[in-house]
Design a protein around this ligand. Structure first.
Ligand code: TGC
Ligand code: FAD
Length: 388
């Protein structure tokens, strides 16, 4: 029996949600699984990521929970399920889709002018245009309030200077949503990446999320017209609202990676013999499998609860912190435990478990580290801020 079947979890999903999940699962089986080990080993070529984005666009996965402008307009649960299936392939593929839809497109969709939406969103929904989201800086990751990137007014123009770090899709992006300090507080800017002064060198030597492009963004006197600013966002609330969207997707997504590890491990234990018996017949193995299945199912129930709250318009950012913290942490624990069961085979790219575990190290850190989410939850429990 598959780990998510024990609780008859499909019972929680409607026909549309099941159909979307099935479509994304087939996309991952056809397009991601056969190639992902090579992408992970060699790092994907920019054109590979662009092709993948176009294919995801054709399936309606980019900005899929947004309304209008060529977006599919699904509910939040369907978006979560898509993230789960994508991340069962690889966290980097889910990142491609969630940075595009939940961060770059959402920022324009939620805070942009009608002209900005018309200009960028349809092409981004198709995957013809790639977006990135620049919040983190070399010295300010968990604490974006300290950011040094600055946008100063020069007549009606804006001029941006600064550096962003660890930016997914940066060097393949056509458009960057860049957050900067201004005299009015933090503002967001829609930056076409062919603007003079903008460059995005890729970051190499990664041991995690290798099937994803991660870059620095350098803004050296980037001059933008007055209408490049996201008019409806002033203050940190703007970028943090975008993070809620992506963190929600990760709450489902991380479970996909964990499920893939567990499915792989379950199959392995049935065929691998140790001490003249199948590995699956040992009590210690079964104990591990039972505990991992329990955590996977609990995580899914949590994600579904948050998804239904979101579709009801009642999801609070602190609840998203509960989901991101729990599900990524448990997914990483599951991936590592699965690796132990596979023994030496577990360290190769022939099996997905160590690749998933390595990826989940990034997922644990990005979109708010575990510690940041603990502090968000701690603050809501005690009323005391322990951030600084
Ligand atoms: P604080 O003073 O608490 O809040 C400032 C303003 O923001 C509001 N706010 C939120 N609004 C919406 N959603 C949230 N989750 C919000 N959290 C806070 C708050 O109400 C306030 O509004 P206003 O109107 O009163 O001004 O802010 P703080 O400076 O103390 O920081 C709080 C903290 C530490 C929780 C926040 O800075 C944080 O979340 N830090 C983590 C940074 C982070 O997650 N970065 C992610 C970068 S993007 C990324 O990683 C992409 S990975 C690729 C992929 O997803 O695949
Ligand atoms: P730091 O903030 O330096 O934290 C270091 C350690 O200190 C962590 O353990 C942290 O939890 C802990 N810590 C920090 N503050 C506190 C505190 N107050 N109390 C206790 N402990 C604390 N960013 C983007 O803007 N866009 C992207 O597209 C993007 N993509 C990414 C892709 C990858 C593969 C990775 C790895 C990162 C990406 N990021 C992106 C950056 C990511 O959001 C940051 O790495 C993350 O927010 C943490 O920041 P940091 O790495 O600077 O760690």
């Amino acid at each position: 029996m598959a780990p998510l079947q024990l609780l008859v979890i499909d019972h929680l999903l409607d026909d549309d949600e099941l159909a979307i999940q099935d479509t994304v699962r087939r996309f991952v089986d056809d397009r991601v699984r056969p190639n992902v080990a090579d992408w992970y080993e060699d790092e994907p070529a920019p054109e590979t990521m662009r092709d993948l984005a176009r294919e995801a666009g054709k399936l309606g996965l980019l900005g899929m929970h947004l309304q209008g402008y060529g977006c599919a307009g699904t509910n939040a649960v369907a978006y979560g399920l898509a993230c789960m299936e994508l991340e069962a392939g690889d966290s980097g593929v889910r990142s491609l889709v969630s940075v595009q839809g939940s961060l770059a497109m959402f920022a324009i969709w939620r805070f942009g002018s009608e002209e900005q939406k018309q200009r960028w969103l349809p092409g981004m929904a198709e995957g013809e245009l790639i977006g990135c989201f620049g919040l983190t800086e070399p010295d300010f990751g968990s604490n974006p309030a300290g950011m040094r990137t600055y946008a100063r007014r020069d007549g009606t123009d804006w001029v941006l200077n600064g550096t962003k770090m660890w930016i997914t899709n940066g060097s393949i992006a056509d458009v960057a949503v860049v957050w900067a300090q201004t005299d009015e507080g933090v503002r967001g800017f829609v930056v076409p990446t062919d603007t003079p002064g903008f460059s995005a060198p890729a970051i190499g030597k990664k041991l995690s999320l290798r099937a994803s492009i991660t870059s620095e963004l350098v803004l050296d006197g980037v001059r933008l017209p007055a209408d490049a600013v996201l008019a409806d966002a002033t203050g940190l609330r703007g970028p943090l609202s975008c993070l809620n969207e992506a963190r929600f997707g990760i709450t489902f997504g991380a479970l996909g990676a964990a499920r893939d590890c567990l499915d792989t491990t379950l199959a392995y234990t049935g065929s691998r013999e140790v001490f003249d018996r199948p590995l699956s017949s040992f009590q210690l193995t079964q104990s591990k499998l039972a505990d991992m299945t329990l955590e996977l199912q609990k995580g899914f129930l949590l994600a579904m609860h948050l998804g239904r709250l979101k579709d009801d318009g009642r999801l609070d950012p602190r609840q998203v912190s509960l989901g991101k913290l729990n599900n990524v942490r448990e997914a990483l624990t599951i991936a590592r435990e699965c690796r132990t069961i596979l023994g030496a085979s577990g360290i190769t790219l022939e099996y997905p478990v160590l690749r998933h575990a390595n990826n989940l190290e990034s997922v644990l850190t990005y979109e708010g580290t575990s510690e940041i989410h603990q502090l968000v939850i701690g603050q809501s429990l005690t009323g005391e801020s322990a951030f600084s």
